[in-house]
Write a protein that binds this ligand. Sequence first.
Ligand code: ADP
Ligand code: MG
Length: 251
Amino acid sequence: LTAPHEEEKSRPSLQAEAAARGLQVDVQDAVVRFGELAVLRELSLSIPSGQFLAVVGRSGCGKSTLLRLLAGLEAASAGTVSFGAAGGSPGLRTDVRVMFQDARLLPWKSVLDNVRIGVPGGDRAQALDALELVGLADRAKEWPAVLSGGQRQRVSLARALAGDPRLLLLDEPLGALDALTRIEMQQLIERLWRERRFTAVLVTHDVGEAVALADRVVLVENGSIAQDVAVALARPREKDTGFAHYESTIL
Ligand code: ADP
Ligand code: MG
């Protein structure tokens, strides 16, 4: 366990590395409407490369709509969404990945073949590496149906990360899990974010989870960002949560 001050010293270099790896996102005055209902109303949000941003807000406030907008699954009727990257313009098909509350695995494909969907070209070795990352390489040949809910979410995470995305969008990915599994998954997501240095946007209605994982938390209210709070420096990372022994049993 490193002392807090040592951890602070190591932070700038991690951030510099992240800047070269993740995707920067800029939303300017975005409006998304469903018929009469304007869900996002001139929402603006800039996400620096490598940041872990959490989006919180009441059910129905437009969190998923915002995430879908970032994923290109929803169109803005006004405003813009743009992506910046140090290494030139991103290829959105491989650079942006989404993970949902339900794992959305194909039941007729093996665990490995589900992860191969996330790899450009379907490369087996790369998919196996991704399964290794989430601690499920030994379950590669099994059907999704025999896995637990938490394991299925780990396969879903492996599929999302298999193509080495630069922006990972997470829509309440842990919402259906029991409390202990949720903590294991939080630790796994944080570790992979630290290792892989992608930009992460986590939508959650759980403010505790937002603060536990993110550098920055924004609150969506009335269709725009009502609050914007930095949390990184207030909270030392990688501290012993007391659940480390559970992590060693899953990895
Ligand atoms: P959240 O994720 O914060 O719970 P959503 O972004 O899913 O909220 O939804 C915001 C609002 O937009 C809700 O009132 C929802 O009913 C509405 N909405 C979302 N998607 C659609 C859609 N495809 N068609 C019509 N209304 C929608
Ligand atoms: Mg939602």
